[in-house]
Design a protein around this ligand. Structure first.
Ligand code: FAD
Length: 290
């Protein structure tokens, strides 16, 4: 079984051949360092399309095979991947936040998704990335957007005879910045009380072109908080606006889950985490990829 992270059609921003070649040379140096990476670079007549596939074997269910399997799509592999750092940094950040080095060395992204715990760290990042999942059974394969995969905590649309074989998502555009922030009871070996994955793209004038905000452990199922995203698009990411977007995330959470004993704590915390994730995305000049 393979779990594939496909960052496709990364279009380099130049048509000038020698610049393209220089960029490719740089890219070729960086890409093979990616954990279990496989890189396909297609040179086209006009410009260059680079297709990058990170392939990692999902662990098998036999203990012996697991022990022998050096290519599992583990959190540690994602955390180390230079490819993710470049094209989907928030997923590497989320993987790095899972448990402890021991858990990250053995736990896989496939298990994290299939487990469907509300506190799963990689899922908000995968939802923000617009991932597609492929499920395989003896009856055949089917693929679906991750946003349609979860029914409620610990329940997915996967049938008992299906295994998750592929997780695929497009590379973030070059002008995107992303972040994953998590609050646990401790800094390590603690599940998320709350988390937020965010992606922000800004135009040359610094205004927000696109925002994606996905809280974790906040809603019955993971999804983008479009009401908060809409507050940002077309606007300058001022501290007040980022804080307003954070408050909107909290408002949506309370609207969907109702007021509980934990709301007094969770409401300001999720607002602050969303604001911090957005601040991290908007730090520095517009247009940089990170
Ligand atoms: C001490 C400790 C700390 C932890 N901390 C965190 C944390 O901070 N953040 C976090 O997100 N998680 C945490 N976890 C939970 C867990 O380690 C992760 O969810 C991990 O990613 C699970 O992956 P796994 O490969 O070990 O899956 P498993 O635990 O082996 O499997 C989980 C479930 O998914 C099913 N499954 C696994 N792979 C597939 C597949 N490919 N297709 C179909 N079904 C599949 C299994 O049958 C099982 O039902 C922690 C766990 C422990 C024990």
């Amino acid at each position: 079984m393979n779990v594939e992270f496909v960052a496709r059609r990364v279009r380099l921003s130049t048509r000038v051949t020698d610049l393209v070649e220089t960029k490719l040379a740089k890219l070729e140096k960086v890409l093979p360092q990616a954990a279990q990476g496989r890189v396909v670079i297609q040179r086209e007549k006009l410009g260059v399309t680079v297709e990058i596939t990170i392939t990692a074997r999902q662990r098998t269910f036999s203990a012996t095979e697991v022990a022998q399997d050096q290519e599992a799509a583990t959190h540690a592999a994602l955390e180390r991947s230079t490819l993710l750092r470049r094209f989907a940094p928030l997923l590497g950040m989320a993987a790095a936040a899972v448990g402890s080095p021991q858990i990250r060395a053995r736990g896989t992204v496939g298990g994290n998704v299939m487990n469907a715990a509300t506190c799963a760290d990689t899922v908000p990042a995968l939802v923000a990335l617009g991932a597609r999942l492929t499920l395989q059974s003896a009856a055949g394969r089917r693929a679906l957007p991750i946003a349609e995969f979860f029914v409620k905590p610990y329940v997915t649309v996967a049938r008992p005879d299906e295994v998750l074989t592929d997780v695929e998502f497009p590379a973030l555009p070059a002008d995107a910045r992303s972040a994953f922030v998590k609050l646990g009871r401790r800094n390590a070996l603690a599940i998320a009380r709350l988390s937020v994955a965010a992606v922000v793209r800004r135009g040359p004038d610094g205004r927000v072109v696109e925002a994606r905000i996905v809280p974790g452990a906040a809603l019955p199922v993971w999804k983008r908080v479009t009401a908060a995203e809409a507050l940002l698009v077309g606007e300058a990411p001022t501290p007040e606006r980022l804080a307003a977007a954070g408050r909107q995330v909290a408002e949506v959470m309370v609207g969907e889950t109702g007021r509980r004993w934990s709301t007094e704590y969770k409401e300001p915390v999720v607002a602050a985490l969303a604001r911090r994730a957005l601040e991290a995305c908007c730090a520095g000049p517009a247009g940089g990829a990170s």
